[in-house]
Design a protein around this ligand. Structure first.
Ligand SMILES: [Zn+2]
Length: 305
């Protein structure tokens, strides 16, 4: 969700003083695996939800949460497949989605991400001791201009994965993954469920308008029986995506009807009770900071001094 250099340093398992990182401490068993189809699993831990897609010969992993959790993540993966992870795909650059990359990199043929994800991770890692760097994406799609759509298909034995960038939304490097044969999708942080959505409008060049457009586009064609892994929150389906689209459009319409109104006043006058699935977080995304993102006036989250 966040991109603070300190956050990334911690995510990479690095101590705060400049020295070689210690081996990650063995974590408690926190991972929970849920099966979506014969080929698709979601792995819940801490941070962004992980996807695991398993073909006849190899597997594709989607996001890595945090370095300290990677040993437990490998255990969770081993509980459902012994096939090698051939590709890692990052849905975007935030530390709770790429934090374990450096520990997964040596096991995969390529780390796939949007070009802006590599650019942002390189900039973050330039601030770190060289021993603490690693796990950068190696197979890139998309262009620096995040308005340009991009697509990459993986055709592996028994597994077809579509990887799509539509526009800037949560960040300027968002990817959506789809398994057409299984009607499974991983939406990354384009979709938050249970908490207000975060649009990383400042540091990540995200766009609320792009988020609305992308979610509306998804809602227009996803099949009735689609199974969705959101970036944060529980597994869901088309009903929740349609509802999310309506929620985003309601936010947009509320602000558009009240030009010049402060985010605090927009938040106070919005019918929050009508949207109980999305709850504010006092230290992260509040209704006011969400309206900052809607009106392009702020970073979309609480910024501590
Ligand atoms: Zn994020």
């Amino acid at each position: 969700m966040r991109t603070l250099p300190l956050f990334l340093a911690l995510a990479l398992g690095a101590p705060l003083v400049a020295q070689a990182p210690a081996a990650p401490a063995a974590p408690a068993k926190i991972h929970k695996v849920e099966k979506l189809s014969d080929r698709a699993y979601a792995i819940f831990g801490q941070g962004g939800n992980i996807g695991l897609f398993v073909g006849d010969q190899e597997a594709v992993l989607v996001d890595t949460q945090f370095a300290r959790l990677v040993p437990g993540l490998f255990e969770a993966i081993a509980s459902v497949t012994d096939k090698p992870i051939r590709f890692l795909v990052n849905t975007h650059h935030h530390g709770d989605h790429v934090g374990g990359n450096a520990l997964v990199a040596s096991k995969v043929q390529a780390i796939i991400a949007h070009a802006n994800v590599r650019r942002r991770m390189e900039a973050e890692q330039a601030k770190l001791d060289p021993a603490q760097r690693g796990g950068l994406p190696t197979l890139l799609l998309g262009e620096k201009d995040s308005a340009k759509p991009a697509r990459l298909d993986l055709r592996l034995p028994g597994l077809e994965v579509h990887i799509v960038h539509r526009s800037a939304a949560h960040t300027d490097g968002d990817l959506i993954l789809g398994l057409p044969g299984d009607r499974v999708m991983h939406l990354g942080d384009l979709m938050f469920l249970g908490m207000l959505p975060f649009i990383d409008a400042k540091d990540g060049a995200g766009s609320f308008k792009g988020l609305v457009d992308t979610v509306a586009w998804l809602a227009s064609w996803i099949p009735e029986d689609v199974k969705v892994i959101p970036g944060h929150g529980p597994l869901c389906g088309k009903k929740e995506v349609l509802r999310y689209r309506d929620f985003l459009k309601a936010l947009q319409a509320h602000a558009a009807a009240r030009p010049g109104t402060s985010s605090a006043d927009l938040a106070a006058s919005f019918d929050v009770a009508a949207w109980p699935e999305w709850k504010p977080t006092a230290t992260f995304v509040t209704w006011e900071t969400l309206f900052d993102a809607v009106t392009e006036r702020g970073p979309g989250r609480v910024v501590r001094p």
